[in-house]
Design a protein around this ligand. Structure first.
Ligand SMILES: CC[C@H](C(=O)O)C(=O)SCCNC(=O)CCNC(=O)[C@H](O)C(C)(C)COP(=O)(O)OP(=O)(O)OC[C@H]1O[C@@H](n2cnc3c(N)ncnc32)[C@H](O)[C@@H]1OP(=O)(O)O
Length: 254
């Protein structure tokens, strides 16, 4: 099977890097990639030395979201719900992972790509790139639980407005709204970046404690229910004419 998800463990740093490897499609997530993401995250539990997980994209993009050609056909509401569930499960696993997670957003992200980033504990963005929860422009809403997680990452009023506005924003705007915790340049080498160094300088026991402390803020059952509700709502919007027209417009754009 094609390696659409690459997993690299650094012995030197005790860090596992998961790379979305479909650059020709701006790392748009297909069902096969989502399946491989599940496997990659499940494998993390087999390596007790991993103290940080970094998610990044291959090529010039971080992640263009769900695969519009695969997921956005004429699905019924139940079919849409079933199609959305697996990636919601990936976001849940990432959110509740026992060690810190970083989204190294080395290029543009749209829609579900932003939801994937919202499931990470920290987000670092690339100067000159742009990012947006653009599902609203497609006649739908966030559909993997990442909208729920956005409310836990930035001020709730800002989260609500971004989801409604569904606009694309520059790296510095993501810092201003506190969605991102740092900005790096195009040719910054991740291991030499001052953004990652603090994690490298800490022991796994410290990092596990801080992650546990973060998660203890939440009623995790309520958080999961909110994510479930989000996905179900999106599945009803899936069958809207606005959604079908928006997807057709994308593929007829050239
Ligand atoms: C729950 C999550 C939610 C869902 O699944 O419902 C979503 O994530 S909905 C999808 C949200 N994402 C988008 O709407 C992004 C759509 N893509 C774009 O706006 C642009 O492609 C962009 C800005 C990501 C990149 O633009 P650029 O000019 O750099 O490249 P191209 O547009 O020429 O694209 C290159 C190549 O990639 C294919 N592509 C890009 N995005 C997707 C996607 N989301 N699904 C499938 N394929 C995608 C694009 O079609 C081009 O392929 P090619 O064969 O070369 O025509």
């Amino acid at each position: 099977m094609e390696n659409l998800i690459n997993v690299d463990y650094s012995e030197a740093f005790n860090v596992t890097t998961i790379t979305l490897n479909r650059p020709e499609k701006r790392n748009a997530l297909s069902s096969q990639m989502i399946q491989q993401l599940h496997q990659a995250i499940d494998q993390l539990h087999n390596n007790p030395h991993t103290k940080l997980v970094i998610i990044k994209g291959a090529g010039e993009a971080f992640c263009a979201g769900g695969d519009l050609s695969e997921f956005h056909g004429d699905l019924t509401q139940p079919e849409a719900l079933a199609m959305l569930e697996p990636m919601k499960s990936v976001l849940w696993k990432l959110t509740t992972l026992s060690v810190p997670t970083v989204a190294w957003m080395n290029g543009l992200a749209r829609g579900g790509g932003m939801e994937l980033a919202s499931a990470c504990d920290f987000r670092f963005v690339q100067s000159g790139s742009n990012y947006g929860f653009t599902q609203g422009q497609l006649g739908i809403s966030t559909g993997w639980g990442g909208g729920t997680l956005l409310y836990e990452r930035i001020h709730n009023q800002d989260a609500y407005y971004w989801l409604v506005k569904a606009d694309v924003r520059e790296a510095d705007q993501l810092i201003a709204i506190r969605f991102a915790q740092g900005v790096f340049s195009y040719n910054d080498y991740i291991w030499e970046s001052g953004l990652i160094t603090p994690f490298l300088n800490r022991d796994i026991e410290q990092l596990i404690h801080w992650k546990q402390q973060w998660l203890q803020q939440f009623d995790l059952q309520m958080l999961k229910t909110r994510m479930d509700d989000e996905v179900e709502s999106c599945s009803y919007l899936w069958v809207s004419e606005a959604h079908h027209q928006a997807v057709a417009q994308f593929f007829n754009r050239k």
